[in-house]
Design a protein around this ligand. Sequence first.
Ligand code: LRH
Length: 490
Amino acid sequence: MKKVWAFDIGASNGRLMLSSFDGHKLYLEEIYRFSNQPVHLTGHYYWNILSIFTKMKKAMQMSVQQGHQQIESMGIDTWGADFGLLSDTGELLANPYSYRNPLNDRGMNEALQHISAKELFDITGVETAAINTVFQLYTLKKYNPALLDNADMLLLTPNLLAYLFCGEKQNEFTISSTTQLLRAGETSWNKQILQRLSLPDDLLAPTTASLTIAGQSLSVINREIGMSPVKVINTASHDTASAIAALPLEDQYSVFMSCGTWVLMGVPVERPVISEDVMESGFTNEGTIDGKYRLQKNNMGMWLLQQCRVSWEREGIATDFNKENQLFEEAPAFRSFINPDDQRFFNPLNMMTEIQGYCKETQQPVPATQGEMIRCILESLALKYGWLLHRLEKLTGKYLKRIHMGGGAIRNQTLCQLTANATGREVVAGPIEASAIGNAIGQWIALGEVKDLKQARQLVRESFPLQYYQPQDQIKWQEAYQRFERYTGL
Ligand code: LRH
C-alpha cells in the first residue's frame, strides 16, 4: 500500500496523519498530535513556529521508527491569513504574528482610509476582516516598519513550513485566497491594492496552483530524520480548503461546515460571487482545491468553549468532553443567547466574563454555572448556523436540503444535533479528520493515484464512517430562534 504524510496544523493543535491507499479504500492513522497555541508576550500574539517545526520533525521520526520507510510524499495545511517573513538570505526574520493580534483592528481601520471596504470587496470578493494578510501587512508597516523594511519575501504559514522542509519559496492558491490580495478569479497578486496601501508589491512569493509538487525534502532533513527523500506537495494548504475537499458533498443543494476553532459554512461555486448582498451578509469567496471557489462565512466555532476551558482550568474546575455533555444535559434549555460573532468574543482576557457581560447588557439571565455557560454557547452557535443557512439560501436562491459537517468539533455530537435542530435540515457528520483527509486527497491526486475530486469524495464515502442527525423539536427551536434574533439584533 502506498503511503503519504498529511500534516494538519490548526490553531489549537497540530497532527501528523499517515494516509494509505490500496486503490479501493483510503486509510488514516494518527502518528502524533501536539498542542499549538498563540503565545502572548510584549502585548502581541505570536505563533511558536520553531516549536511547530520541531514537533513536525519529531512526528516524522516517530513514523519512520514505526516502520513507515517508504513515504511517497508529504503535504502541509494550516489556518489561513498568517505568514512569516524571510531575509534575502532566506532566514526567518521574526516569530510570525497570530491573526488574533489586537493591533490588526487599528491597522485595518487605518488602511480603510486609503481604500474602502466596498472597493476591496469588489476587487477581491473576500470579506473585509482584520485578520486578513492585507491588513496584517498594513499594521506591520505602521507599527513595526523595521521588520517590513528588512523583509525580502513573505510566505504564508503552510508554505513557510514547506519551505523549511524543501527550500522552495511559493504560496499555494487556496491559502493565498485568504490574504485579500488576489483579484477575484485570478491567481496572481494584485499590485493595485498593495500600491494603494503603499506596501511593497514584490514581497509575496509567487502563487502556485494546488496539486503541484513544491520540491523534495532537503538532504539535511533526510539525514536528521533518517528517511529517504520525500516529495513535498502543494496540497490545498488552507485547512478549510482541505476539509471541504474531504466532505462527501452530494449535489448543489448540500452545504459544507468545516468545524473546529472556527466554523466555515457555505457552498462550492464555480466563480466568486460578488454582490452587495454577499458583502452585506459578511460572506466571502475563497479558493478550493480544484481551482474553483467556495462562497462561505467565517464564523465562531469552538473558540468560545476553548476559552472558557482556559478559565475553568485556572479556577481548578477543569472539564472533559463527557462531563461537558452531562453538564449541558442538566442545564435548562433556551435561557440566554449571544451573537457568537460579536467582536467582544474575538480575543477577550476572560471569555466567561465577556459572555456574562453580554447577557447582562441584553437583560437576559446571566449564565452562572458551567452547564449554563455551555448551554448558552452551544445553543447560540447552532442558532447562528440557522441564521446563516437562511442567508445562504437567500444568496444562492436555492433550498439547501442537507448540511455536511466535518472536522474535530463534530466529536461534539451535541453540537451536530443542535445544528440539525436549529437549521431544520438533515446533518451528515464526517469525517472528523476532514482537513487531514483532504490534505492526503490532494497528494493522491497530484501523484496520479486518484483521478479527481469526484472520485476522491466517493472514496471518502466508502472509507470513513458518517453519522446522520435529523431535526428534532422544531416548534421549540423556531420559538428560540425568534428570541435569538431579538436578543442578538441579527
Ligand atoms: C480555520 C481557518 C479559517 C480562517 C482562520 C484564520 O482554521 O483557516 O478558514 O482562515 O483559520
